[in-house]
Design a protein. Structure first.
Length: 202
């Protein structure tokens, strides 16, 4: 075999290996519905689970499904039960977690304009903090613990002008979306990226 043939064979093998890696099946994961800091299935925890699943599903190298309990109405699962459900789904990893903070606060301030009126500014700030655990279904051991945060602040302004009839509200900007929803989305996106980075490196 000539040197040219050897080189061509080597290049072909590399190309075939690259195609095999590209076509590798996505990593299967079972996601247990998240809990709140008290270990309960709160509406915020349930909502975050849905948002996280949405982000995980966008990653081509990951395949995430909710691990549904056998008994209807069951919302909180212990580790052994969760692992058993993950095995039924042929999942390689189990994802569990809890929402340790999901709060929304309001603030307001005003700026007087001499002889003309006043501009009021209202703000709504939401913060979300989540802890996640990646568990190997085969061994039952924790592979990685992750933590992420999300924050969103929305502001609205109202302008008041003085007149002989009193103050007149000229209106202003108003928020068009939920700050808590955006905070959850930011937090979930960070976690999905870190899950991908963690599992691809294994």
């Amino acid at each position: 075999m000539t040197i040219v043939s050897l080189v061509l064979t080597w290049v072909l093998l590399l190309a075939l290996e690259g195609n095999a890696q590209d076509k590798r099946e996505p990593i299967r994961m079972a996601v247990i519905p998240f809990e709140d800091i008290l270990g309960n299935a709160s509406p915020d925890a349930t909502k975050f689970t849905q948002v996280l699943l949405s982000h995980l599903s966008r990653e081509e190298k990951l395949a995430a499904r909710v691990a549904k309990p056998d008994k209807p109405g069951t919302t909180v699962l212990d580790r052994e039960t969760a692992l058993a459900l993950a095995k039924k789904q042929d999942a390689v990893y189990l994802i569990t977690g809890r929402v340790i903070d999901a709060t929304t606060g309001q603030g307001n301030s005003g700026l007087p304009i001499p002889k003309m009126g006043r501009v009021n500014s209202n703000s709504v700030t939401s913060e979300v903090k989540v802890e996640m655990e990646i568990i190997s279904v085969a061994t039952g051991r924790t592979v990685e613990r992750l933590r992420a945060e999300g924050k969103e602040t929305l502001r609205s302004n109202q302008t008041w002008v003085n007149s002989r009839l009193g103050s007149i509200n000229l209106g202003g900007s108003t928020p068009t979306h939920s700050p808590l929803g955006h905070a959850m989305d930011e937090c979930a996106e960070k976690l999905a990226k870190r899950v991908l980075e963690t599992l691809i490196s294994k």
